[in-house]
Design a binder for this molecule. Structure first.
Ligand code: MG
Length: 384
């Protein structure tokens, strides 16, 4: 049995992962689970999978959980340190890292430092600390397998290729709910409209990032580190059907693509079983039903965060950290109803433009920049 810990078990990726595992329970032993505040679902998961170490976001949730569920014998922790303890837990072979945002950085790095195989769904940790994570992985022998559908696609296309074969990697974007809407109409779209993603069912943060296309910008930066590519080797296209998850152009002109039904269980299962492939949990892809696969250029005027992300990709240093944090804060403010949709891009742009890029020394400096940027972005929001 392979022993697995799941960080972010009550989120969309975490739930999908447990579903994948449930179909072949004799192969998997869930030894660790960490979650945010959804105690009700967490309790169900702990009851079903009986992990040895668990963690919740807040201390008070841990106290409540103990009261509600006194029979649980799991060791229980809280906060980022708690998630990190689950990530580092001795017994686990694989850690699925699926906490959203920069909060996933410490636990992800913990798993990498402990030499685990990391099935990586938390894109922000590579965006803000790509070089640090990859250097650490090299040292500890930790294997990082992407879970993000586009990166899983690239990973699969590159599995048997030499690095110098690759000319260009193209990530696809569904275009989100506002692809067909004019820039003017997009300005005052509501939270419900922004959350109504045409193809993927995902958590709130990534769904809003898909509506602004920031998600694709973050994925470009993630791909740079994951596949050791130069910024100019990275591109993206809108592909509304979300069947082709990415394309890799080789130097001889061949283009490889990875296609699959639009369901996160596929890349999750691949990351867990790699280099094996197991039976699909879903019906086969029927291209005669899909009929058309379309591709469009991205309108960077309408989606200015894409341009900004490209700038951060090229500049590096502290800029991707600032971009990521400003976006996290602005998206949160939009979700809480404090700012209209169009302010997300405006606030992120203003924060990034006011920043003087510097080199990053290490992990603590990343958190310093994160704290600094949070304050500045919140000030900008309050001024509106
Ligand atoms: Mg993705």
């Amino acid at each position: 049995m392979t022993k697995i810990s799941i960080l972010g078990s009550t989120g969309s990726i975490g739930q999908n992962c447990l579903e994948v595992i449930s179909r072949s329970k004799n192969k998997w032993d869930v030894v660790g689970l960490s979650a945010g505040r959804n105690r009700e679902l967490f309790r169900k998961q702990v009851t079903e999978f009986n992990p040895k170490i668990i963690s919740l976001e807040r201390e008070e949730d841990v106290a409540e959980f103990r009261r509600e569920y006194p029979e649980s014998s799991a060791e229980i922790f809280h906060g980022q340190e708690g998630a990190e303890a689950v990530a580092r837990y001795d017994e686990s072979d694989i850690v699925l890292s699926a906490i959203t945002g920069i909060n996933g950085l410490r636990p992800t790095l913990g798993a990498v430092q402990s030499g685990k195989r990391v099935a990586l769904a938390n894109k922000e940790s590579l965006v803000v600390a790509g070089p640090l994570i990859l250097e650490t992985a090299e040292r500890t022998g930790s294997q990082i397998i992407p879970v993000d559908s586009e990166h899983s696609g690239v990973f699969q296309c590159l599995a048997k290729e030499e690095k110098n074969h690759v000319k260009k990697v193209i990530l696809t974007a569904s275009g989100g709910p506002f692809f067909h809407v004019s820039a003017e109409e997009m300005k005052n779209k509501t939270l419900d409209e922004a959350l109504n993603h045409p193809r993927w069912k995902m958590g709130k943060k990534v769904t809003i990032d898909s509506a602004t296309l920031m998600n694709k910008g973050l994925e470009l930066i993630e791909a740079r580190w994951l596949f050791d590519l130069e910024p100019e080797q990275l591109d993206m296209l809108i592909h509304p059907q979300s069947i082709v998850h990415s394309l890799v152009e080789m130097r001889d002109g061949s283009v490889l693509a990875q296609l699959s039904p639009t369901d996160m269980k596929i890349p999750i299962q691949y990351a867990l079983t790699y280099p094996d492939r197991e039976e699909a949990l879903l019906p086969s892809l029927d291209l005669s039903q899909v009929r058309a696969l379309e591709f469009y250029e991205i309108d960077e005027k309408k989606f200015p965060l894409v341009k900004l992300a490209r700038e951060a990709l090229e500049t590096g240093g502290s800029l991707p950290v600032v971009l990521n944090t400003a976006n996290e804060v602005a998206v949160e403010a939009f979700i809480e109803g404090k700012i209209p949709f169009s302010d997300i891009a405006e606030i992120v742009t203003e924060t990034v433009e006011n920043h003087k890029t510097r080199k990053i020394g290490g992990l603590e400096e990343i958190f310093d920049i994160d704290r600094e940027t949070k304050l500045k972005t919140r000030n900008l929001i309050d001024q509106r």
